[in-house]
Design a binder for this molecule. Structure first.
Ligand code: PLP
Length: 445
C-alpha cells in the first residue's frame, strides 16, 4: 500500500521546505500531509480522518477550528491587520494582558507578549537580569535549568534547557553561566506512577549545592517546567517543586515556571502553578493562549518585577526588548476569544473531571508489548517503550508512523509516546485513543 498523502505529494514539490524537528529525508519519501481540522479530528490530504491525541502540538486545547476563534481572527484581519507595538498600542493587547493577568495566580499581574514559547523564555531570562540590575544586584547573572528541560530553541532556551541533541551543534556558543539540576525521572523508583511519584523530592536539594558552589548572589533565576512535556512527560515528585520554591526564597533567586505546555488547562487548572499550589515569580506561556490558532507567547511577571524595572529606569524606554509582532492584533483577537471559550465551556474544570478516567484508560496500556512505564497528570500521559538494542528512538518513530497510518496522531520523543488531547475530548474518544494506540503497540516489533 502506498503511504498516505503520496498522490498529493506527487503534485507538490516537497524539496524546498526545510522542515523543523523533522527527519526531512524520511518524511519526503513518505509524507504525512494534513489538510483540514475540526474539533477532535484532522483530515489528511487523502481525506482520511485522524483522531488528534496531541492537541496539535500541545496547543489546541479547545479543539480545532472553533467558530468563535475563527470569527475573531477574521474580524481582526479585516479591521486592524497590524499595529506597531513600540510606542504605540491597540485595545486588544491591553485587554488580553488584563485577562491573562486575571487568570494568573497571586500577584503575577503584568504581561509581556512574544510570538512563541522560545521567545517567551528568552524574554523571561532577560527580565530576570533586568530585575536584579534594577534592584542593585547586577552580579546576579547565572541561571539554573534542569536536565531534560525543554525551553524552546533560542540560545537562551537551549542553554538553560537540558536536551542534549538540541545543543550538540551549538555547544560552543551557549550562554556561559548556567548550571543544571538533575532531572527527576527514574523508572527504577517511579515506574507506573499515577499522578505525582512519591520518590524524588530530594533531587531539588541539588539547588542548595549549586548555590553553595556559585554563591547565592550570583544566581538570577531557576527555570523549570512544572511538568516537563516535550522531553517525554516527566511528572514532578511530590514535594519537589515546594523545595525548589523554598530554596529560591531563601536565597533571593527568582523561580520561573515554563508553562508553555501546562498553561491553559492542561492539568485541569489554569496553570501548573495552580495545580501544584506554588507561586512562581514568572510564568512563560504560549500554545494554548490562542488555542494554537495564531502564534503567540507571553511572560507573566509578578507585580514587583515590573515595578522595579520600570521605576529604576531613567525617563524613556525602561526595558530594551520586544518583537515587531509582540501583541499582534490577530493573536490578541484569537487570545481573547480563546480565553472566553475556555471560560464559557468550563474546559479547565472539564479536564480535571476527565483526569481520573484518563488515568485509568492510559494505564491499561501497561499490558502492551515493550511498555516499560506509563505516567500521567491532568490530561497528559507518557508511555515509555523499551528502546531497540542499539537503536534508541527507532521503535518510537515506528509508533508515530503506524499510528498516523491508522488514524491517530501521537507525539513521540525518542521511545516515549506523549498523549495530550484537546480538553474537549469525550470519554468514548479517550477509549478510542487507547484502543488505537494499543493496536499499534501490538503491531510494532
Ligand atoms: C515548556 C516549553 N517551553 C518552550 C517551548 C517552545 O515553544 P515554541 O515552540 O513555541 O518556541 C515549548 C514547546 O513545546 C515547551 O514545551
Amino acid at each position: 500500500m502506498p503511504p498516505p498523502s503520496a498522490a498529493v505529494a506527487k503534485e507538490l514539490s516537497l524539496e524546498e521546505l526545510w522542515m523543523p524537528f523533522t527527519a526531512n529525508r524520511a518524511f519526503k519519501r513518505a509524507p504525512r500531509l494534513l489538510a483540514t481540522a475540526s474539533g477532535m479530528h484532522y483530515r489528511d490530504v487523502d481525506g482520511r480522518v485522524i483522531l488528534d491525541g496531541t492537541a496539535g502540538l500541545w496547543c489546541v486545547n479547545a479543539g480545532h477550528c472553533r467558530p468563535a476563534i475563527v470569527e475573531a481572527i477574521q474580524k481582526s484581519a479585516a479591521t486592524l491587520d497590524f499595529a506597531p507595538g513600540f510606542q504605540m498600542g491597540h485595545p486588544a493587547s491591553f485587554a488580553l494582558a488584563r485577562e491573562v493577568a486575571a487568570l494568573a495566580p497571586g500577584d503575577l499581574d503584568h504581561v509581556f507578549f512574544a510570538n512563541s514559547g522560545s521567545e517567551a523564555v528568552d524574554s523571561a531570562l532577560k527580565i530576570a537580569l533586568a530585575y536584579h540590575q534594577s534592584r542593585g544586584e547586577p552580579e546576579r547573572v547565572r541561571f539554573v535549568g534542569r536536565m531534560r528541560g525543554y525551553h524552546g530553541v533560542g540560545f537562551g532556551g537551549i542553554s538553560v534547557g537540558g536536551i542534549e541533541p538540541n545543543k550538540k551543534a551549538f555547544a560552543a556558543q551557549l550562554l556561559p553561566q548556567v548550571d543544571h539540576l538533575p532531572h527527576t525521572h527514574d523508572i527504577a523508583h517511579n515506574a507506573f506512577s499515577r499522578g505525582q511519584p512519591a520518590w524524588g523530592a530530594h533531587l531539588a536539594e541539588v539547588l542548595e549545592k549549586i548555590v553553595a558552589d556559585r554563591g547565592a548572589r550570583t544566581i538570577a533565576a531557576v527555570i523549570v517546567e512544572p511538568m516537563a512535556g516535550s522531553t517525554g512527560v516527566l511528572v514532578p515528585p511530590k514535594g519537589y517543586l515546594e523545595k525548589l520554591r523554598a530554596i529560591c526564597d531563601a536565597h533571593g533567586i527568582l523561580l520561573i515556571f515554563d508553562e508553555v505546555i501546562t498553561g491553559f488547562g492542561r492539568l485541569g487548572t489554569p496553570f501548573g502553578a495552580d495545580y501544584f499550589h506554588i507561586q512562581p515569580d514568572m510564568l512563560t506561556v504560549a500554545k494554548g493562549i490562542t488555542n494554537g490558532a495564531v502564534p503567540m507567547g507571553a511572560v507573566v511577571v509578578r507585580h514587583g518585577i515590573y515595578q522595579s524595572v520600570v521605576d529604576a529606569a531613567e525617563a524613556g524606554i525602561e526595558f530594551f526588548h520586544g518583537y515587531t509582532y509582540s501583541g499582534h492584533p490577530l493573536a490578541c483577537a484569537a487570545g481573547l476569544a480563546t480565553l472566553e471559550l475556555y471560560r464559557r465551556e468550563g474546559l479547565f474544570q472539564r479536564a480535571a473531571e476527565l483526569a481520573p478516567f484518563w488515568e485509568e484508560a492510559v494505564h491499561s496500556l501497561k499490558a502492551r508489548p515493550h511498555v516499560i512505564d506509563v505516567r500521567n497528570l491532568g490530561l497528559v500521559a507518557g508511555i515509555e517503550l523499551e528502546p531497540r538494542a542499539g537503536k534508541v528512538g527507532a521503535r518510537g518513530y515506528d509508533v508515530l508512523v503506524d499510528a498516523f497510518r491508522t488514524g491517530l496522531l501521537v507525539r513521540v520523543t525518542g521511545d516515549i509516546i506523549a498523549l495530550s488531547p484537546p480538553l474537549v475530548i469525550e470519554r468514548t474518544e479517550i477509549e478510542q485513543v487507547v484502543e488505537m494506540l494499543g493496536a499499534v503497540l501490538e503491531r510494532i516489533a
